[in-house]
Design a protein around this ligand. Sequence first.
Ligand SMILES: Cc1ncc(COP(=O)(O)O)c(C=O)c1O
Length: 397
Amino acid sequence: MNSVTEPLVRLAARVDAIQPFYVMELAKEAALLERQGRDIIHMGIGEPDFTAPDQVIEAATSAMRRGVTQYTSALGLHALREAIAGHYANAYGIDVDPARIVVTAGASAALLLACTALVDRDDEVLMPDPCYPCNRHFVAAAEGKPVLVPSSPAERFQLTAADVERLWNQRTRGVLLASPSNPTGTSIEPAELKRIVEAVRARGGFTIVDEIYQGLSYGAPPVSALSFGDDVITVNSFSKYFNMTGWRLGWLVVPPSLVGAFEKLAQNLFICASALAQHAALACFEPDTLAIYEARRLEFKRRRDFIVPALESLGFKVPVMPDGAFYVYADCSQVAHSAAGDSAALTTAMLHDAGVVLVPGMDFGNHAPRSYIRLSYATAYSKLEEAVERLHGFFGR
Ligand SMILES: Cc1ncc(COP(=O)(O)O)c(C=O)c1O
């Protein structure tokens, strides 16, 4: 169709507030190189290389055959909400009332629902910089204002209670955190998280903690923000720990008093999350499936333990050891390359010269983005080894 004759459709102003993903441009370039026959190692995308275990696939197939594919309650299947509550008890030792669990189409729908429910026009929401890029866009989609708070290695790249005390003003409504974080893989120390929750509570605000990577923790046993009070809202998902990205399933735990409001919004915005995915996810909590996930968690830890020293041997600095997720946020300002300190130019050069995809810091905020790259080790160990070898050649080491 000739675009000149198309009527001009005016976009809503909020679209302008959403920035494109830089990594998508790199992914496009990588795809082009692959079409030209180049072998590219992908360490850009934040998606497990593992897929759903057989038990989950069988549960999905059986649900399909049984025809249990109608809409579910907007809050999710009762059995799934009970299974998720059981998982909190078994894995984290905390008691969560299944009635507080809202099943969603991934953490993305959970975050959209939470921002739609809690953020009014021009409300400010504090979040660390760097952080998961979509967080600022969920707030912007609700016409709120994301306030990116520069955070450095000293704060484990996370927001602090001192930030909350310093930056809270009349327009601030709450904080949006992720622990462990994307892009840094660092979690908030439990004592600090408790102080943040208390500081926000004292100001009458909301605390949303995205715990999507909590199952992938490699240090001390993780502590859910739900331990610090029923007023905390947490977000979680079957995408990362449960290796079900494309199934689009996640959940929220919300304060008892907010369940009705979230249910009303979920009914209207989504009707429900995928019934098939919900039936399949019931199998995630069976002991033999959990054993598979535990083995995969240990494999991610093995990859982290390989890649962090390997990056350091290449001249990158990893100022905080990531204790979760599958990311390393590495300082590239002192690597031996003319593009050191310009992560965009460096990642482009690494793609073209070494055939390795990494993400430049710009995708994650405005605080020193040119000094950092994000590496995702959600790819096979042998690929990581090969990538490191290629990068040794790239840096001439
Ligand atoms: C911190 C964080 N939150 C949420 C999401 C979205 O996940 P989902 O697939 O559950 O929508 C991602 C995906 O990368 C993420 O990294």
